[in-house]
Ligand binder design. Structure first.
Ligand SMILES: [Zn+2]
Length: 267
């Protein structure tokens, strides 16, 4: 790893695969894009002229598409010199709800993934989540898996097996979760700590399944609404505590998830 890192430092041009997680206009015709990449972590780069109609870059830098990029290192910002779409993720862009989920995951990626630091696991988390969304799989389940895995990819996954208060092995029944302490607490520590909130055995079981990579099984085994809500509150609470701010896309998404009839953008 270290010697590839050194050779990367020396070469001015580099290639990678990535997903545009943020994009904003810059100057007259340029765009500033944030890309989560396979080999270079999070990269902020300039796409010169990409807002011009004839730009070769323009159509290849849509948010959430998986793209192959060539970049040149700049003094402050890297410059995208070419872009090619590998997976357009067009289906997910047709639904307002899917766009909000994609934007929620991109925001988490932007907050948790480090700049210019290879994190293949983190990149894979986003690719899998967006692909599932594009294939029309349940975004709620996908989101819980994605949220957990981003926490894991950044080293913040909650402890689920040992009490974060006294270190004892967690047995089923009467446990709590203490978000600031980093995980589960045993019944005794839970009773003593006003900041610990109760966690059900089912929620622990589901989180452990996601943690060992079995989250995909959840698509075939519908969870009841209370359990889904418990897991959602736990993971979102955790993310807020790690990121130390509110999640903007999530605020919109969660207010709309209660009883909204979802349409397509522009209608
Ligand atoms: Zn304890």
């Amino acid at each position: 790893m270290s010697n590839t890192g050194e050779s990367r430092q020396r070469s001015r041009v580099y290639r990678c695969e990535g997903i545009v997680i943020r994009r904003r206009d810059f100057g007259e015709a340029d765009r500033l894009v944030t890309v989560l990449t396979d080999d270079h972590g999070k990269v902020r780069a300039l796409a010169k002229g990409s807002r011009r109609t004839k730009s070769r870059l323009g159509g290849h830098l849509e948010p959430y598409a998986r793209v192959r990029l060539m970049l040149a290192r700049g003094r402050n910002l890297d410059i995208i010199t070419s872009a090619q779409v590998l997976e357009p993720m067009t289906h997910l862009r047709r639904e307002e709800r899917s766009i909000l989920y994609a934007s929620h995951w991109s925001e988490i990626a932007d907050q948790l993934m480090a700049e210019s630091e290879q994190n293949r696991f983190g990149y894979g988390v986003l690719v899998r989540a967006l692909t599932s969304l594009d294939l029309g799989r349940d975004p709620v389940i996908t989101s819980r898996i994605c949220e957990w895995e981003f926490l894991a990819a950044s080293g913040f996954q909650p402890e689920l097996f040992q009490c974060t208060g006294c270190g004892r092995q967690i047995e089923p029944g009467g446990n709590g979760i203490h978000i600031e302490a980093g995980g589960v607490v045993c019944p005794e520590c839970h009773a003593l700590d006003p900041l610990s909130r109760a966690v059900s055995n089912d929620a622990l079981r589901v989180l452990r399944a996601i943690g060992r990579g079995d989250g995909g099984l959840l698509y075939d085994r519908p969870l009841n609404d209370d359990l889904l809500r418990e897991i959602e509150q736990l993971l979102i609470g955790y993310l807020r505590s790690v990121i130390e701010r509110d999640l903007q896309a999530w605020q919109i998404l969660s207010s709309l998830e209660d009883g909204t009839t979802w349409g397509t953008p522009g209608q």
